[in-house]
Write a protein of this length. Structure first.
Length: 146
């Protein structure tokens, strides 16, 4: 999926559906969902302007905790050739058809100029290698510093 106007491209399985309504509801640049119900996996991309990775990780963690997120693990990560941070956590499943109470989520925070791109990948039941496959497909266009 190429999003040149938003400065990134990303690969998700061909059968997945873009979901502009979900993206708008959470103020994401883009989102895609697996096509089955309950939704077994999803990807969101956010952009936070004029911010830093540490500031966005702190804000995300507060927001996630506010809505019931638990079991946080934070680590360094390289995404699209850039040093960033990875935040793993469990989050209450809001899909009424879900078969598990907590989804497994991972958010990657990547600097891009004075902005931060956030790649969020979630799964009800983690599939080995899936997160790594999505992350490896992310390409980010360098934004010039003003």
């Amino acid at each position: 999926m190429k999003r040149p106007d938003d400065g990134f491209s990303i690969g998700v399985p061909a059968a997945w559906n873009e979901d502009p309504e979900s993206a708008r509801s959470v103020r994401a640049l883009w989102t895609a969902m697996a096509p089955t119900r309950p939704t077994p996996a999803w990807v969101y991309v956010f952009k936070k302007t004029r911010s830093t990775v540490p500031a966005e990780v702190a804000a995300a963690r507060l927001n996630i905790e506010r809505y019931g997120g638990t079991d946080f693990t934070q680590s360094a990560a390289t995404v699209a050739g850039r040093d960033g941070l990875r935040l793993d956590f469990l989050f209450p499943n809001r899909d009424s058809n879900a078969t598990v109470p907590m989804a497994h989520d991972v958010e990657f925070f990547v600097p891009n100029g004075r902005d931060v791109l956030i790649l969020a990948v979630g799964q009800n039941t983690p599939q080995p290698g899936f997160v790594e496959q999505v992350v490896a497909s992310l390409r980010v266009r360098e934004l010039a510093l003003p």
